[in-house]
Design a binder for this molecule. Sequence first.
Ligand code: AMP
Length: 216
Amino acid sequence: MNLIFLGPPGAGKGTQAKLLTEKYNIPQISTGDILRGAVREATPMGVKAKGFMESGALVPDEVVIGIVEERLAKPDCVKGFILDGFPRTVAQADALQRMLNGLDRAIEHVISVEVDNAELLERMAGRRTCRACGRGYHVTFDQPKVKDRCECGGELYQRDDDREETIRKRLTVYEAQTAPLKQYYAGESLLRPISGIGSIDEIQRRIVAIIEGRQG
Ligand code: AMP
């Protein structure tokens, strides 16, 4: 089961991908999480990526393509994978195609989670992330049991790229560079648009219906 989650920042891709990981026992490959880990650990890649991420821009294609290539080669991907936040440009989609051809694999569904910009701004401005483990919360929709604390004990903070002006920039970047991938995958009959509005469970059911072939 090889899936791509496409959608603007804040659409809930990460939350939904995590649930599917548990349901189908396949890994979630989030380039955003991997990059944030690299920034936390100040690896050479993290140092290179930091400025792009903080400003809401995309990290250069060759960096993220390298991350995904390495990750897809790991043994836990043999049964399938969920790409969350990759590809984000046509160049990344082309590179993915080449990688998968080399592995004799193919994408089955590109699930495009659709949410309008006003809703995205509200959602993202309320996001909080654990400094220790990276888990996400929301001040209204997914509150931690203890204020400002993750269940792992880590401190919750607001990512620089979840601040309003950066969010607006990320939405513009999404429209310009990532939204064209909808055409790209529609052309390959892989695009499955779903509404990203509703409860986490409702959205999960829409996705599972696609994966299990209950939707035309
Ligand atoms: P995300 O958590 O997926 O919203 O990613 C956070 C930030 O990481 C993005 O705003 C980009 O700066 C960077 N990033 C994550 N995935 C990619 C990607 N596929 N291509 C380029 N930059 C990425």
